[in-house]
Design a protein around this ligand. Structure first.
Ligand code: AHR
Length: 520
């Protein structure tokens, strides 16, 4: 192991040849604070995929599962507690086969369709535009609606926007007939999803023109100013970003980026729950590589848009493992362990650093799909370790980002599963900090080491803070998870291991722990 000093919020500044040690240092740099962490960084994603919508969020009014207007009460409450700022829907790949008119009007009259992307499940369209937008109102979050460019028409897209947001006109009349008098407020629209893949297998040169055309007819009605997001790269497709920025930047407010912590797109992705220490460290490395990916895309965006008007929207991210044995193929149902919790924490830390360009991120997905916040089975609900990270971190929403310098042990880890020779230098401690509007300072620390505890000394750089309280998420085994039988194995507990004296904070972190501190 070696020890390095990293600037969290700027570039690597120095490499210090210190001996290996179990202590780490963090220095806050409040004088460099200039960015607000947009709450939309904590965004969620709900696709018509497996049991994310049906069973996860929506059970219908007639269900024996306690519900409010068809939405599960337990899930509604858990999501309110999470302070979800924005919810992306209806896909994903599903969006480019979705025809919104199938999902309005009396439910018994709605046509059924085959969900070709996700296991061939028959979709009855009982959850449509009204059900989604009313859910957003209940949760107090912004809707983010993905339009069908792959198999839909320009007219269909234009009319959907009109249906949702116009006060008057033929689409508003139809909406009123369907029981909704006032338009909804819809700010974010995605014009195509993964248009290089499931969204139409297009070349960027072709999609750029199509994007320009489709977005032209997405009008801002009655003061509802739309924020238009173009389909962007998957991981490192820098050519896609280059072409989109060159040809369509003046027509977009945001360009998306998808980044999954996944061991390749063919063959096994690895078990969600049965993995080695080496697999775990690989995962941390792959997850942190999102920073490099963001930088590479940002460099291109900076060239075309030095004033950073166009936002980078990481509207799909998270872990992707093999489906849980015994579940429906194509439903992407996976368990969630403390390893996933670390991916959530480390990724959010990275997003905090780049909010000059990144204005939204949406973890995939909110319930029962990929790195879920929530798992459900009939009337039972479980909150995952990833849910608890989002809950512990939601104090950073709309707070002022405080850059910090971190000095800690590093470990050389395998970078890519199955690719020999690739190594990555993995810091054993990760840190992020922010200052809330009421003056409270929040520091979130992750000790990713599986075996060693870490005594972290935080230099508060003159900030006058007198009290410290905290919460901790930790486990006995990195593969620990919450199940329907044992739902409380991984859960935050009060943390007493932080002491504040003379402008310094000393935090004693056990191995495999995520600590969230509040200083006042
Ligand atoms: O989140 C699951 C799928 O991953 C989405 O539908 C698609 O956009 C991506 O490939």
């Amino acid at each position: 192991m070696n020890v390095r000093r990293l600037m969290f919020g700027a570039a690597v500044v120095a490499v210090l040849p210190l001996a290996a040690q179990k202590e780490s240092q963090v220095r806050l740099l409040p004088e460099q604070a200039s960015q607000i962490i947009p709450k939309e960084i904590y965004g969620q994603f709900a696709e018509h995929l497996g049991t994310c919508i049906y069973g996860g969020l929506w059970v219908g009014e007639e269900s024996a599962i306690p519900n409010t207007d068809g939405y599960r009460n337990d899930v509604l409450q858990a999501l309110k507690d999470l302070k979800v700022p924005v919810l992306r829907w209806p896909g994903g790949c599903f969006a480019d086969e979705y025809h919104w008119r199938d999902g309005i009007g009396p439910r018994e009259d709605r046509p059924r369709m085959v969900n070709n992307n996700w296991g061939g499940t028959v979709e009855d369209n009982s959850f449509g535009t009204h059900e989604f937008l009313n859910l957003c109102e209940l949760l107090g979050c912004e809707p983010y609606v993905s339009m069908n460019v792959g198999s839909g028409t320009v007219q269909e897209t234009a009319q959907w926007v009109e249906y949702m947001t116009a006060e008057d006109g033929p689409m508003a009349k139809l909406r009123k007939q369907n029981g909704r008098e006032k338009p909804w407020r819809v700010k974010y629209i995605g014009v195509g999803n993964e248009s290089w893949g499931c969204g139409g297998n297009m070349r960027p040169e072709y999609y750029a023109d199509l994007y320009r055309r489709y977005q032209t007819y997405c009008r801002s009605y009655n003061g509802n100013r739309l924020f238009k997001i173009a389909s962007g790269s998957g991981e490192y497709d820098l050519h896609w970003t280059e072409v989109m920025m060159d040809r369509a930047r003046n027509q977009m407010d945001g360009l998306s980026l998808h980044y999954y912590t996944v061991a390749g797109w063919s063959g096994s992705k690895g078990s969600a729950t049965d993995f080695t220490d080496e697999d775990y460290y690989w995962t941390m490395g792959k997850c942190l590589d999102i920073e490099n990916c963001i930088r590479e895309h940002s460099k291109i965006m900076d060239k075309y848009d030095p004033k950073k008007r166009v936002a980078l929207m990481v509207d799909e991210w998270g872990t992707w493992w093999d489906e849980e044995p015994g579940t429906v193929r194509g439903h992407l149902y996976q368990q969630n362990t403390m390893r996933d919790a670390f991916v959530a924490a480390l990724s959010l830390n990275v997003f905090h650093k780049y909010t000059d360009r990144i204005k939204m991120a949406n973890i995939a997905q909110i319930a029962n799909v990929l790195q879920s916040m929530i798992l459900t089975k009939e009337d039972k609900m479980v909150l995952t370790p990833s849910y608890y990270v989002f809950q512990m971190y939601n104090v950073h929403q709309d707070a002022t980002y405080l850059p910090a310098e971190v000095q800690c042990e590093h470990k050389m880890v395998r970078a890519q599963m199955g690719r020999d020779g690739e190594q990555r230098d993995l810091p054993m401690l990760a840190a992020t900090a922010s200052k809330a509007k009421d003056g409270a300072v929040h520091i979130s620390l992750s000790n990713v080491d599986l075996k060693e505890s870490n005594e972290v000394t935080v230099d508060l750089a003159g900030l006058e803070l007198k009290t410290v309280t905290g919460q901790m998420l930790t486990v006995k085994d990195i593969a620990d998870k919450n199940t329907f039988e044992q739902p409380d194995v991984v859960k935050p507990v009060a943390f007493k291991g932080a002491k504040l004296s003379k402008g310094k904070l000393v935090v004693k972190m056990p191995p495999m722990s995520i600590v969230a501190l509040e200083l006042k």
